[in-house]
Design a protein around this ligand. Sequence first.
Ligand SMILES: [Zn+2]
Length: 514
Amino acid sequence: MLMRQLIFLTMIALLAGCAVNPVTGKKELSLVSEKQELAIGAQQYAPARQSQGGDYAVDHELSAYVSRVGQRLAAVSDRKLPYEFKVLNSSVPNAWALPGGKISINRGLLTELKSEAELAAVLGHEIVHAAAKHGVRSMSKGMLLQAGVAGAAIATQGTDYANLAQMGTGIGAQLITQKYGRDAERESDFYGMQYMVRAGYDPQGAVDLQRTFVKLAEGRRQDWLNGLFASHPPSQERVQNNIELLASLPKGGDLGVARYRTKTARLTRTKPAYEAYDEGREALAKGDRAKAGRLAQQAIALEPKEAHFYGLLGDVEQKNKRLKPAMLQYDKAIQLNPNFFYYYLQRGKLNEQLNLTSQAQADLERSVKLLPTAGAYNSLGNLAQKAGRLTDAKGYYAKVAGTEGELGLQAYGALVDLDLKDNPAKYVRVRVGQDAQSRIVARVSNPTPRNISRIVLLIQYRDATGKTQQLRRSLSGTVAAESQQLFDLDLTGKLTQEQIKTLQSGIAEAQVVR
Ligand SMILES: [Zn+2]
């Protein structure tokens, strides 16, 4: 995998080579072409947002306002890109940019800002990350890990939805959680403030923002450390740099304090609702269903339009084994926000339990379209298997089998059950050779979670005349799950040392022990 990635990057290097950075004007090595840069952003934007709680859908006016501020800055940036700005439904104070100008800011950061200029400072800073290719530069340097490790990286972010999203976010998960490094941060602060001036904002907003950040960092609140500060460590040095730059910039410009207060009024007013919700999620994770239910009701009383709150109530009912009431809550959540994967995933699994097959199928398919998850694919596998669509079932289980955790193991087992007879060599491995006593033996490895027996080996060697000889050997006994075993092939003394060197082997047959 890594090798393939390296070869791939080397190939691009030959195509792309050196390029001038559109923001700094410096020449730099660029291993990722612009076409690819745009493609990464376009592909990763939606799943990355889903895994962070989805778009904030309660107040469309606020979303439109944030987008307008972003576009006002983007219009004066040094690079034309298909910029987009979304507000994410997460309390974690954070903002990020994907390559190609796909930018998000969390609800939890908006409530900490005091003016439109501060918002412009955040968005301007992120615009520079995208325009100056900071994300793809890390990719070029090979600083990003492979997709498999990325799941773990995003899971440590501590949001409930990210924990489910171990598939499908791959490189996007790393791009939004990575540290760009000091130079990139300084560059983003510097050009971000220039863009603020060009767009008519008072760059004082950037200084205010950094001051607030330093104060917040001293408080060491965990949500900040997990959020913005993980990728953007604040420092007195950054405040100082911004103050110095401010002195050299033209005075005046728009601060937009009153306008910002008006636009974020609903969000500010309903902040306690989201705090109750977050606390409720925590309570449910600890098993306190009554408390979680109470907090969800509290949240709904303050903000009845938020779908997440009904999703939490649905989860409480589902844990209480009250499937029909749970279903009603997920229905409500979907009614309020039809664009979030989680409600479909949960309702799909309920429908599966209630044997409402076609509804389950529709919900789960919808959910993986929004965000591929192991849970949805596993349930789709179960449905396909029950309906006798075994090829489909194998395909679904195979997607889950590679993921971490209990579900991955379960799907791996289900896949072996369905597929071992047809493709034994895919699951069981064999090597033939001589042991310390010069016996000819086969080492059979069974990495699967199933006990496997009735193994038949196909053995080949070249005889004295150079002709290939083939023989089959049935092995007696069982190779236990996740273990290996040596078998005497009963060939000792029958082959010459020369012939032994030409030995090859494969798995012809194998069966799961029922
Ligand atoms: Zn930054």
